[in-house]
Write a protein that binds this ligand. Structure first.
Ligand SMILES: Nc1ncnc2c1ncn2[C@@H]1O[C@H](COP(=O)(O)OP(=O)(O)OP(=O)(O)O)[C@@H](O)[C@H]1O
Ligand SMILES: [Mg+2]
Length: 184
């Protein structure tokens, strides 16, 4: 069904969007030295109570009325556990939520990273008014993408212009490829 990490992370990012976040920080740490990929999504949305946090990674907690089970968080938790990784949710009502998920890079069942440019594009499309900070780090280098900066550069032109959205997707993927070449 969801066979890459990016599709799972998109679910987590969408939860932040649904929680009315104004700022979403998404960090990927891709480390050969640690043989680990750590993905973290931090939002300033409505947050969760301690009890909600306890239950969030069980498939029976959902805010949906159309479907009985919410799967976004539970799926990612299951995946990290299968891939020798760790999973952590911390949250505070009125302050925000941080989801951290890691996987072992060299583990045979760890899915490929997938298209991070695409998921950032989808998030921006879902809500342009949110500011997204995306960072991709390797052992040697890092790349930062900040919609606040882009908005300043665009000077009033919408991020939702199809040519801008496509540029964002390609730009992010290109920069990640460059980092990976440099790291390997
Ligand atoms: N970033 C977040 N901020 C606040 N609440 C959250 C956040 N992420 C998840 N939650 C809460 O945890 C519940 C479960 O999330 P999950 O993604 O597993 O299911 P869902 O979003 O309800 O349904 P689905 O993802 O299948 O559409 C959400 O309904 C929401 O109440
Ligand atoms: Mg969800």
């Amino acid at each position: 069904m969801m066979e890459d990490l990016a599709m799972h992370i998109l679910e987590i990012l969408m939860n932040s969007i649904h929680a009315c976040a104004k700022n979403i920080k998404f960090i990927v740490q891709d480390s050969d030295l640690d043989d680990k990929i750590v993905m973290q999504v931090e939002d300033d949305g409505k947050g969760m109570t301690e009890e909600q946090v306890q239950r969030v990674s069980s498939p029976f907690m959902t805010g949906r009325s159309t479907r009985k089970v919410g799967l976004g968080v539970a799926f990612l938790k299951g995946l990290t556990e299968q891939c020798n990784g760790e999973f952590l949710v911390t949250s505070k009502v009125g302050e925000g939520t941080t989801v951290t998920a890691s996987v072992q890079k060299s583990f045979i069942d760890t899915p490929p990273m997938g298209n991070l440019g695409e998921i950032m594009m989808e998030c921006i499309q879902a809500d342009e008014s949110i500011d997204y900070l995306f960072e991709y780090k390797t052992d040697k280098n890092s790349f930062l993408f900040d919609t606040k900066e882009i908005k300043k550069e665009l000077d009033g032109v919408s991020l939702l212009e199809p040519s801008i959205l496509l540029w964002i997707k390609d730009y992010i993927n290109e920069q990640i490829s460059l980092l990976k070449e440099d790291a390997g």
